[in-house]
Design a protein. Structure first.
Length: 295
């Protein structure tokens, strides 16, 4: 479709389109941007007129990107990142750091984050940190798309491809049960095959813990069927506490529930490697500042 050249696309228009794309609708985008929905709609319509093509397919129940929108959004994200980096470069010269960074994390790794975040806050109070908690597969995708600047997650070797990584911790997982529950143990340790016969509290597919547990049971050629699936560590502990099942989790998480009993595995213990990861390329100054506080 040919059209007369319009005004250059500005950063605010890009931010609005990205919000609509990520939130899946105009109402949710308006809430995220703290503006009225009519302002979001008019901004998108004006940009579509300038570009000469729709960016969104609008139906009664959902809003989705057109092929033009699919091409526009990644470029818009890159432009916003470049603008942030330009502002940050000036801030650094002036001896101050401002801006926003989005940090992805999964449940269970808060201990790896709260001290670096506190140190960053003390050093650079003008930096706003947005924490995004999600399944590891979603965080991996967000890193690829540029919607997350830095993440603290457990990734396997294949998931690390294309990312800059730094190992924070490596730990085995244990079986957690209610204190009164009995089952076969050898020298205080439990076999994966015996654990599979117990009612299991498992985490949602896509969680890093679930991926590690699945991998360990496959390596031991042991089939298992979860009795419960949950997406919250506290919910898992409550099910175990009420003796509705047992749960496999990292030692550092199990330690948060001292009233529960932990059992190490004989062999093929699930394990995970928690690391700080970011996309390749030069990190923005605020991300660099946070990385300096991570050990």
């Amino acid at each position: 479709m040919s059209h007369a050249p319009g005004e250059p696309v500005d950063l605010r228009q890009m931010e609005v389109v990205i919000a609509v794309a990520e939130e899946g609708g105009f109402t949710a985008a308006a809430q995220r941007l703290h503006i009225v929905q009519s302002a979001v709609s008019s901004t998108v319509r004006a940009l579509e007129r300038e570009l000469g093509t729709p960016l969104f397919d609008r139906t009664t129940h959902r809003v989705s990107l057109t092929p033009a929108g699919e091409a526009f959004v990644p470029a818009a994200r890159a432009a916003l990142r470049a603008a942030d980096q330009a502002r940050a470069a000036v801030d650094v010269v002036q001896g101050q750091l401002r801006g926003r960074i989005t940090v992805g994390t999964m449940q269970g790794v808060w201990a790896d984050l709260h001290r670096p975040l506190a140190a960053l806050r003390a050093e650079h109070p003008g930096v706003v940190v947005r924490l995004r908690q999600a399944a590891v597969v979603d965080i991996r995708q967000a890193l690829r798309e540029g919607t997350v600047d830095l993440a603290v997650v457990a990734l396997d070797r294949q998931q690390q491809r294309g990312l800059v990584t730094r190992l924070l911790s490596h730990e085995e997982m244990v079986l957690v049960s209610a204190p009164g529950r009995t089952f076969p143990v050898t020298d205080g340790k439990v076999a994966l095959a015996d654990a599979a016969r117990l009612p299991l509290v498992d985490f949602t597919p896509g969680w890093a813990i679930r991926l590690a547990v699945d991998k360990a049971f496959r390596a031991a050629s042991v089939d298992r069927e979860p009795t419960f699936e949950v997406n919250d560590i506290v919910a898992a502990s409550e099910l175990v506490r009420n003796d509705l099942g047992v749960c496999v989790m990292p030692v550092s998480i199990a330690d948060r529930f001292p009233d529960l009993t932990t059992h190490h595995f004989e062999r093929h213990a699930p394990n995970w490697k928690v690391m700080v990861v970011r996309p390749r390329g030069e990190a923005p100054p605020a991300v660099d500042a946070l990385l300096r506080h991570m050990t």
